[in-house]
Write a protein that binds this ligand. Structure first.
Ligand code: SAM
Ligand code: SF4
Ligand code: SF4
Length: 339
């Protein structure tokens, strides 16, 4: 059953999705997200007391669902580093009106957790995997981790009955040579690979326009080997453009946040691990919900805050991206608010 959206923003976009970061820590150091130079041994992550507790996350999630949110995605940092994540999934799954609980993970620890998560009520997993060969993957993840634990995690999640999609961020000259091998590996596997344009999130990855392999280039490259036909979106606000292999090998997606942005249908709010609400991936700052909550705010007061924040939203960063915004806008790091 679909909850009627109750709040709209300044651009008439309903609040539909909530991404919750459960930790700002990660066991990888992907160069495009948490480069070792910035996130080295002395980097100060959030202290435990700053993190939202499961009860606090669940309370806020329920208020978001009251306002029309239907899907929640748990992310990070690496969400599987948060102890007892399945307990949180179990708590969220009891919220009336919430239709879908998904997880975005690097899957290095997924094998151990897949069954528990599924039993707790998780429905879907997006696994980030930027190459199918160990050498490139080890360089991308900054830790030399091989692909085997990730593939084991994918298999375990699939065996547990979870819907699994694979996300590959494509960077020109870094891992674009892995586009065809990834398409080839996951054809006929039942898992959709979504190729993601590299974005200028945060301020630490040294992003430049020419590091982006555009949707057009990705599609052209794959079609040369495996002809593709485009497919209609499955629902309003779907971020990936969908394509099918003409020979029946399955489906792929491309997320074109840079070359063909989709802010006009963006229905996503983000909650950081320390309980601040961000209304855009490229926001400079968020608004703490944790502080009023810990200072005794009632559900009505918190819900009013959420409504006011969403009503006031006019973010459309990707639609407005220029050399100037890339160079000068102060942006929150993606590992802090989650992808
Ligand atoms: N650690 C988990 C993972 O990697 O799946 C969850 C958090 S991660 C920040 C969420 C997603 O953001 C991943 O799919 C990652 O590849 C993507 N991501 C991070 N930095 C990005 C960037 N600069 N451009 C595009 N996607 C990015
Ligand atoms: Fe960690 Fe995910 Fe960022 Fe890679 S993309 S550093 S796995 S949070
Ligand atoms: Fe949504 Fe901001 Fe991304 Fe646009 S740039 S799609 S508003 S998160």
């Amino acid at each position: 059953m679909s909850t009627k959206p109750l709040v709209y923003d300044q651009l008439n976009r309903p609040l539909r999705d909530l991404r919750i970061s459960v930790t700002d820590r990660c066991n990888f150091r992907c160069r495009y997200c948490m480069p070792e130079e910035t996130f080295g041994p002395d980097y100060e992550f959030l202290p435990k007391t700053s993190l939202l507790q499961f009860e606090e996350i669940t309370r806020l999630a329920r208020l978001f669902v009251n306002l029309g949110v239907e899907k929640i995605r748990l992310t990070g940092g690496e969400p599987l580093l948060r102890r007892d994540l399945d307990v949180l999934v179990g708590m969220l799954s009891k919220i009336d009106g919430l239709e879908d609980i998904a997880l975005t993970t690097n899957a290095s620890l997924l094998k151990k957790h897949a069954v528990k998560l599924k039993n707790a009520g998780l429905t879907r997993v997006n696994v980030s995997l930027d190459a199918i060969h160990d050498d490139t993957f080890g360089k991308m993840n900054g830790r030399g981790t091989k692909i085997k634990p990730v593939l084991d995690g994918i298999q375990a999640a699939s065996d547990a009955g979870l819907d699994v999609k694979i996300n590959m961020v494509v960077q020109n000259g870094i891992n674009d040579h892995e586009v065809i091998p990834m398409a080839k590996y996951f054809r006929h596997s039942g898992h959709i690979v979504r190729f993601i344009e590299y974005m200028d999130v945060g301020n630490s990855n040294g992003w430049k326009f020419d590091h982006v392999m555009s949707k057009r280039d990705i599609i052209d490259r794959i079609s040369e080997i495996y002809p593709l036909d485009s497919v209609d979106p499955a629902y309003y606000g779907e971020v990936a453009s969908r394509y099918q292999f003409r020979d029946g090998g399955g489906e792929i997606g491309v997320i074109s946040s840079v070359s063909d942005s989709f802010c006009s249908s963006c229905t996503r709010a983000r909650l950081s691990a320390d309980g601040a609400l961000y209304t855009c991936l490229f926001a400079s700052r968020g608004t703490s919900l944790r502080n009023p909550m810990r200072n005794g705010a009632t559900d009505q007061e918190l819900q009013k805050m959420l409504t006011d924040l969403w009503n006031g939203r006019h973010d459309r960063y990707s639609d407005e991206r220029t050399e100037e915004t890339v160079a000068n806008r102060e942006k929150i790091e993606m590992s802090f608010i989650g992808g």
